[in-house]
Design a protein around this ligand. Structure first.
Ligand SMILES: Cc1ncc(COP(=O)(O)O)c(C=O)c1O
Length: 422
């Protein structure tokens, strides 16, 4: 459930008309509901209340510090994948002891930053990373807290680009080879082996791949115990899906109960890394219709709605062919038309919706692109030299600009024209 609702034919975010915000802030814009963010975090986290656990929000899904600070206040931590995300999490007031660091390509500088910040765990994804971490930790005279991200070779049954737990994916260490690495790490002077982690993919709509993974992890933890290696943390990653169209993902409580049952008997602190399931339906993108047009040729007749947001602002439709529900901010009773809703970017792949049955709209109408809270703004770029849009958060009957719209000046910030004759 979220707090975007129609009242008398107008879309509201909590207690404010979306059109009022758009009028003042301009479009396009991302709009988040604070009450929804809180509700979704609590719904997820409370499912694990009987277990010793830590919910580390996946910063990559929505990284504005105002959003992160809400989860921090609710007792959550952060799952980060870069030094930049670490900086964000710390800037949002996150306790470093609730921050875990995943990712296949951590640089020396990033490892140093993580160590100096005192984070809870590094999810190490390769043997070379282990050695690099050991030497950086030695340099700092520290012991690096480590979990290995194992790749369980489980099919998450999701889009190929967001599957991460198959043997052919770049992530993690093959579970069959991981045991040797644990033994090796135990003998390293600057490594403190604390956990096992995994993340098999995103937008999962079935519980079974999580359970299959957990079974493999349990058996692996048993093998570690046989070698005298005790594990304190078990990190199951994120991945629970949401409804964009007609998907029927498990409710977070249902997911939590299934994990709890499967986990019975294992004495560990459970770590979860949810992203999409918390923020996905807590945000929308608002865009304004610029033009409507019809292109004809041969027996083709194609209707387009050209809006002011493009694939640089919300890339998921172009990148994954992802579906986002789109609705006029003020309900329309006009006849339906089959349209492509497209942006201003000079790419045919620039679309928000294809062949969508949509009420006839006109220049100046506002549209709400739903379920845009996750992997929306965080994947935005400046392509076609478009300043990134504003992010706004609503709480009750007030709204706050939590990220200013970028300016034209900001587009060339840091660029210089060299004096080639000097
Ligand atoms: C390591 C890791 N953890 C957590 C997540 C969050 O996944 P989701 O947003 O599907 O919950 C991701 C996303 O791909 C990830 O790569």
């Amino acid at each position: 459930m979220n707090h975007f609702d129609y009242k008398n034919g107008e879309l509201f975010c909590e207690d404010i008309a979306v059109s009022d915000i758009a009028k003042e802030v301009g479009t396009p814009l991302y709009l988040y509901s604070k009450a929804t963010l809180e509700r979704h975090f609590k719904a997820f986290d409370s499912g694990f209340e009987n277990l010793d656990h830590l919910t580390c929000f996946a910063v990559k899904s929505c990284s504005n510090i105002a959003v992160l600070s809400i989860f921090s206040t609710l007792g959550g931590g952060a799952d980060i994948v870069s030094g930049g995300e670490l900086y964000r999490a710390l800037s949002a007031g996150m306790d470093p002891k609730r921050i875990i660091y995943s990712g296949v390509g951590k640089t020396e500088e990033e490892l140093r930053y993580g160590l100096q910040s005192g984070i809870l765990l590094f999810n190490v994804e390769s043997e070379q990373e282990l050695h690099r971490l050991n030497s950086v930790a030695a340099e700092l005279d520290m012991r690096a807290p480590v979990a290995f991200r194992v790749n369980p070779d489980v099919d998450p049954k999701t889009h190929a680009y967001i599957s991460t737990g198959l043997a052919k994916n770049k992530f993690g260490i093959p579970i069959r080879e991981a045991l040797d690495l644990y033994v090796q790490a135990e003998g390293m002077g600057n490594i403190n082996v604390l956990g096992v982690s995994c993340h098999i993919g995103s937008q999962l709509t079935l519980i079974s791949p999580f359970i299959e993974t957990l079974r493999k992890l349990k058996s692996f933890v048993g093998q570690l115990a046989d070698k005298g290696i005790a594990i304190k943390y078990l990190d199951l990653g994120g991945g629970v899906g949401i409804t964009y169209d007609d998907e029927k993902p498990p409710h977070p409580i249902e997911y939590a109960k299934a994990i709890e049952e499967e986990l019975a008997g294992l004495e560990v602190t459970l770590i979860l890394e949810p992203g999409r399931v918390i923020v996905g339906n807590a945000g929308i993108m608002v865009t304004e219709v610029q033009y409507t047009k019809t292109n004809r040729g041969g027996d083709t007749e194609k209707h387009f709605v050209v809006v002011d947001a493009g694939m640089n602002d919300l890339t998921r439709p172009s990148l994954y062919g992802a579906y986002h529900s789109i609705s006029p901010v003020k309900e329309k009773e006009t006849p339906l038309q089959t349209v492509d809703i497209v942006g201003p970017i000079c790419e045919t792949g620039d679309f928000l919706a294809k062949d969508r049955e949509f009420p006839k709209v006109e220049q100046g109408d506002l549209l709400a692109v739903e379920s845009a809270g996750a992997y929306g703004f965080t994947m935005a770029s400046n392509y076609n030299s478009r300043p990134r849009v504003a992010e706004v958060m609503v709480s009750g009957d007030r709204y706050y600009v939590i990220r200013q719209r970028e300016s034209r000046e900001s587009l060339i910030q840091g660029e210089t024209i060299p004096d080639f004759n000097r």
